[in-house]
Design a protein around this ligand. Structure first.
Ligand code: KIV
Length: 271
């Protein structure tokens, strides 16, 4: 799917290879979620490298308590909407709950998200149980982003949104899963709510870039849920979230501040 945006003509599109080069060059990767064309366009014009159509849309758009009810059709619809506003950034779509429970199901979901939705990459949660799906999709030309640490789709099993990998065994398992995902073909990895030291260790151990959320400053990039960083998500926000609207004159300014603070290393701060 190709969309020409005159404002951005000449801007080089971000690819999975670009993310790899950014890791090699030590340039921070800026990632935010979007769920519609207008916000997608604001993020793109602000130079956000990765625009993630997160299944967090189950919370912030649909009003559910968890991401569990989100379907492939929901993801495909919102990905297609966002794709109309994004011309430079790498468009990544989340694979929703159980859509990758088998390699066949994962391939079918990837067809919808990439073929129908226009995503350039898919993201899926989990370690060992998803390796075969990652392997099969990668072998068939689907760029895959892994997601380890706090897995919101497993919230009913976890029993709460808390930091993962705090015990020695938990940390070892996360490092092992991260290595296995890379070996299975994953091209990038989100680390959610893991201790900063562990995120640094995983980032150093992998050739592929890591993108952190509540995982300290030493990941190769950072991501937040857009509505969290704009301060409009109702209820209590996670400790690691910064409200970039506070002090900004517009959404555009808030997104620009987010990008520049990540690139300069000013945010996230070291504990
Ligand atoms: O669904 C989502 O928005 C995500 C990010 C928080 C990483 O997975």
């Amino acid at each position: 799917m190709s969309h020409q945006n005159p404002k951005l003509s000449g801007a080089k599109a971000v690819t999975v290879e670009t993310l790899q080069e950014m890791k090699r060059a030590g340039q921070k990767i800026v990632c935010l979620t979007a769920y519609d064309a207008s916000f997608g366009s604001i993020l793109d014009e602000a130079g956000v490298d990765v625009v993630l159509v997160g299944d967090s849309l189950g919370n912030v758009i649909q009003g559910h308590d968890t991401t569990v009810p989100v379907t492939v059709d929901d993801m495909s619809y919102h990905t297609e909407c966002v794709s109309r506003g994004v011309h430079r950034g790498l468009l990544v779509a989340d694979m929703p709950f159980l859509s990758f429970a088998t390699p066949d199901r994962a391939v079918d979901a990837a067809v919808c998200l990439m073929g129908g939705g226009g995503a350039a990459m898919v993201k899926l949660e989990g370690g060992e149980p998803v390796l075969e799906a990652v392997r099969v999709m990668s072998q068939h030309g689907v760029p895959v982003m892994g997601h380890l640490g706090l897995l919101p789709q497993s919230i009913n099993q976890l029993g709460g949104y808390r930091m993962q990998g705090k015990s020695k065994a938990g940390a070892e398992r996360l490092l092992r899963d991260a290595r296995s995902l890379e070996e299975a073909g994953a091209r990038a990895l989100v680390l959610e709510c893991v201790p900063a030291d562990l995120a640094r260790e995983i980032t150093a151990a992998l050739g592929i870039p890591t993108i952190g959320i509540g995982a300290g400053p030493d990941c190769d990039g950072q991501v937040l849920v857009l509505y969290d960083m704009l301060g409009i998500t109702p209820g209590k926000k996670p400790r690691f979230v910064k409200d970039f609207m506070a002090g900004a004159g517009s959404v555009r300014e808030a997104v620009a501040a987010f990008a520049s603070q990540i690139r300069s290393g000013a945010w996230p701060e070291r504990d």
